[in-house]
Write a protein that binds this ligand. Sequence first.
Ligand code: GLN
Length: 195
Amino acid sequence: MKIGILALQGAFAEHAKVLDQLGIESVEIRNLEDFQQHQSNLAGLILPGGESTTMGKLLRDQNMLIPIREAILSCLPVFGTCAGLILLANEIASQEESHLGTMDIVVERNAYGRQLGSFYTEAECKGVGQIPMTFIRGPIISSVGESVEILATVDNQIVAAQEKNMLVTSFHPELTDDVRLHQYFINMCDKKIVE
Ligand code: GLN
Protein backbone atom coordinates (compact mmCIF):
# COMPACT_ATOMS: atom_id res chain seq x y z
CA MET A 1 0.00 0.00 0.00
CA LYS A 2 1.24 3.48 -0.86
CA ILE A 3 -0.09 6.71 0.70
CA GLY A 4 0.46 10.13 -0.87
CA ILE A 5 1.26 13.10 1.37
CA LEU A 6 0.60 16.57 0.00
CA ALA A 7 4.00 18.24 0.43
CA LEU A 8 3.47 21.82 -0.73
CA GLN A 9 3.98 23.34 2.71
CA GLY A 10 3.57 22.51 6.40
CA ALA A 11 4.00 19.38 8.51
CA PHE A 12 4.23 16.73 5.79
CA ALA A 13 7.49 15.07 6.89
CA GLU A 14 5.99 14.16 10.28
CA HIS A 15 3.19 12.18 8.61
CA ALA A 16 5.75 10.25 6.56
CA LYS A 17 7.54 9.28 9.80
CA VAL A 18 4.34 7.92 11.33
CA LEU A 19 3.54 5.93 8.19
CA ASP A 20 7.10 4.61 8.22
CA GLN A 21 6.59 3.44 11.82
CA LEU A 22 3.49 1.58 10.64
CA GLY A 23 5.47 -0.01 7.80
CA ILE A 24 3.49 1.91 5.17
CA GLU A 25 5.18 3.35 2.11
CA SER A 26 4.52 7.02 1.41
CA VAL A 27 5.25 9.42 -1.41
CA GLU A 28 5.44 13.21 -1.27
CA ILE A 29 3.11 14.93 -3.71
CA ARG A 30 4.80 18.22 -4.57
CA ASN A 31 3.17 19.12 -7.87
CA LEU A 32 0.61 18.04 -10.46
CA GLU A 33 3.10 15.69 -12.17
CA ASP A 34 3.71 13.84 -8.89
CA PHE A 35 -0.01 13.46 -8.37
CA GLN A 36 -0.68 12.25 -11.88
CA GLN A 37 2.26 9.87 -11.81
CA HIS A 38 1.23 8.21 -8.54
CA GLN A 39 -2.54 8.65 -8.53
CA SER A 40 -3.46 5.20 -9.80
CA ASN A 41 -1.27 3.56 -7.13
CA LEU A 42 -2.37 5.67 -4.18
CA ALA A 43 -4.44 3.92 -1.52
CA GLY A 44 -4.99 7.25 0.24
CA LEU A 45 -3.87 10.87 0.53
CA ILE A 46 -2.86 12.91 3.60
CA LEU A 47 -3.36 16.69 3.66
CA PRO A 48 -1.08 17.98 6.44
CA GLY A 49 -1.27 20.94 8.80
CA GLY A 50 0.32 24.24 7.86
CA GLU A 51 -1.31 27.33 6.43
CA SER A 52 -4.52 26.61 4.55
CA THR A 53 -4.51 29.90 2.61
CA THR A 54 -0.98 29.24 1.35
CA MET A 55 -1.74 25.62 0.51
CA GLY A 56 -4.97 26.60 -1.23
CA LYS A 57 -3.08 29.15 -3.34
CA LEU A 58 -0.36 26.64 -4.25
CA LEU A 59 -2.99 24.02 -5.15
CA ARG A 60 -4.62 26.54 -7.50
CA ASP A 61 -1.35 27.87 -8.96
CA GLN A 62 -0.20 24.34 -9.71
CA ASN A 63 -3.55 23.27 -11.17
CA MET A 64 -3.89 20.56 -8.54
CA LEU A 65 -7.14 21.67 -6.92
CA ILE A 66 -9.52 20.13 -9.44
CA PRO A 67 -7.71 16.79 -10.00
CA ILE A 68 -7.40 16.23 -6.24
CA ARG A 69 -11.03 17.23 -5.68
CA GLU A 70 -12.14 14.79 -8.38
CA ALA A 71 -10.05 11.97 -6.91
CA ILE A 72 -11.62 12.55 -3.48
CA LEU A 73 -15.11 12.67 -4.99
CA SER A 74 -14.23 9.35 -6.69
CA CYS A 75 -13.63 7.92 -3.19
CA LEU A 76 -9.87 8.30 -2.72
CA PRO A 77 -9.49 8.05 1.09
CA VAL A 78 -8.18 11.34 2.47
CA PHE A 79 -6.96 12.40 5.92
CA GLY A 80 -6.86 16.15 6.59
CA THR A 81 -5.15 17.39 9.74
CA CYS A 82 -5.62 20.99 10.89
CA ALA A 83 -5.02 23.10 7.74
CA GLY A 84 -5.77 19.91 5.78
CA LEU A 85 -9.20 19.84 7.45
CA ILE A 86 -9.76 23.45 6.33
CA LEU A 87 -8.85 22.49 2.74
CA LEU A 88 -11.58 19.82 2.75
CA ALA A 89 -14.38 21.90 4.32
CA ASN A 90 -17.10 23.03 1.99
CA GLU A 91 -17.54 26.23 3.97
CA ILE A 92 -14.98 28.36 5.81
CA ALA A 93 -16.59 30.93 8.14
CA SER A 94 -15.86 34.57 7.16
CA GLN A 95 -14.27 33.52 3.88
CA GLU A 96 -15.99 33.58 0.53
CA GLU A 97 -14.08 30.76 -1.03
CA SER A 98 -13.53 27.21 0.13
CA HIS A 99 -10.65 25.12 -1.28
CA LEU A 100 -11.29 21.46 -2.12
CA GLY A 101 -14.75 21.81 -0.56
CA THR A 102 -15.59 18.10 -0.62
CA MET A 103 -16.67 17.59 3.01
CA ASP A 104 -20.03 18.68 4.41
CA ILE A 105 -18.64 20.69 7.33
CA VAL A 106 -18.36 24.37 8.23
CA VAL A 107 -15.07 25.38 9.86
CA GLU A 108 -13.83 28.39 11.75
CA ARG A 109 -10.14 29.02 11.34
CA ASN A 110 -7.94 29.74 14.35
CA ALA A 111 -11.01 29.40 16.54
CA TYR A 112 -10.23 26.43 18.71
CA GLY A 113 -8.49 27.56 21.86
CA ARG A 114 -8.48 31.17 20.78
CA GLN A 115 -6.96 32.25 24.08
CA LEU A 116 -4.48 29.43 24.31
CA GLY A 117 -3.53 29.21 20.66
CA SER A 118 -1.67 25.96 21.09
CA PHE A 119 -2.25 23.31 23.72
CA TYR A 120 -2.22 19.62 24.48
CA THR A 121 -5.01 17.42 25.81
CA GLU A 122 -6.26 13.87 25.70
CA ALA A 123 -9.76 12.79 24.70
CA GLU A 124 -11.76 9.85 23.45
CA CYS A 125 -11.91 9.35 19.69
CA LYS A 126 -14.63 7.01 18.46
CA GLY A 127 -13.25 3.79 16.99
CA VAL A 128 -9.73 4.68 18.17
CA GLY A 129 -9.72 5.16 21.97
CA GLN A 130 -8.32 7.79 24.31
CA ILE A 131 -5.68 9.65 22.29
CA PRO A 132 -3.27 12.55 22.77
CA MET A 133 -4.18 15.72 20.87
CA THR A 134 -1.81 18.54 20.05
CA PHE A 135 -3.54 21.73 18.89
CA ILE A 136 -1.64 24.47 17.04
CA ARG A 137 -3.92 27.33 16.11
CA GLY A 138 -6.40 24.71 15.01
CA PRO A 139 -9.82 25.19 13.41
CA ILE A 140 -13.10 24.08 14.94
CA ILE A 141 -15.82 22.34 13.04
CA SER A 142 -18.81 24.54 13.82
CA SER A 143 -21.40 22.42 12.04
CA VAL A 144 -21.63 19.13 10.20
CA GLY A 145 -24.00 17.72 7.59
CA GLU A 146 -26.13 14.60 8.09
CA SER A 147 -23.65 12.20 6.55
CA VAL A 148 -20.78 13.33 8.78
CA GLU A 149 -19.94 11.28 11.84
CA ILE A 150 -18.48 13.15 14.82
CA LEU A 151 -15.54 11.14 16.18
CA ALA A 152 -14.23 13.41 18.95
CA THR A 153 -15.08 16.54 20.89
CA VAL A 154 -13.07 18.63 23.33
CA ASP A 155 -14.89 21.18 25.50
CA ASN A 156 -18.02 20.51 23.43
CA GLN A 157 -16.27 21.48 20.20
CA ILE A 158 -15.95 18.99 17.35
CA VAL A 159 -12.28 18.14 16.77
CA ALA A 160 -12.45 14.95 14.68
CA ALA A 161 -14.99 13.75 12.13
CA GLN A 162 -15.47 11.40 9.22
CA GLU A 163 -17.65 11.54 6.13
CA LYS A 164 -17.37 8.44 3.95
CA ASN A 165 -13.78 8.42 2.62
CA MET A 166 -12.81 11.67 4.40
CA LEU A 167 -11.26 11.80 7.88
CA VAL A 168 -10.37 15.11 9.55
CA THR A 169 -8.86 16.32 12.82
CA SER A 170 -8.42 19.86 14.21
CA PHE A 171 -5.31 18.62 16.00
CA HIS A 172 -2.00 17.09 14.91
CA PRO A 173 -1.85 13.32 15.50
CA GLU A 174 1.47 13.22 13.61
CA LEU A 175 3.13 15.26 16.38
CA THR A 176 2.57 12.64 19.09
CA ASP A 177 3.91 9.11 19.51
CA ASP A 178 0.45 7.63 19.22
CA VAL A 179 -0.05 6.04 15.80
CA ARG A 180 -3.61 4.78 16.29
CA LEU A 181 -5.36 7.49 14.30
CA HIS A 182 -3.06 6.90 11.33
CA GLN A 183 -3.80 3.18 11.73
CA TYR A 184 -7.52 4.04 11.64
CA PHE A 185 -6.92 5.90 8.36
CA ILE A 186 -4.92 2.97 6.95
CA ASN A 187 -7.89 0.73 7.75
CA MET A 188 -10.11 3.14 5.79
CA CYS A 189 -7.68 2.90 2.87
CA ASP A 190 -7.76 -0.90 3.10
CA LYS A 191 -11.52 -0.95 2.99
CA LYS A 192 -11.85 1.44 0.03
CA ILE A 193 -15.20 2.87 1.05
CA VAL A 194 -17.20 2.99 -2.16
CA GLU A 195 -20.18 5.16 -1.39
N1 GLN B 1 -4.20 28.27 11.41
C1 GLN B 1 -3.91 27.48 10.25
C2 GLN B 1 -4.86 27.81 9.10
O1 GLN B 1 -5.82 28.48 9.29
C3 GLN B 1 -3.99 26.00 10.58
C4 GLN B 1 -2.99 25.66 11.65
C5 GLN B 1 -2.37 24.32 11.51
O2 GLN B 1 -2.47 23.62 10.50
N2 GLN B 1 -1.65 23.96 12.55
O3 GLN B 1 -4.63 27.39 8.01
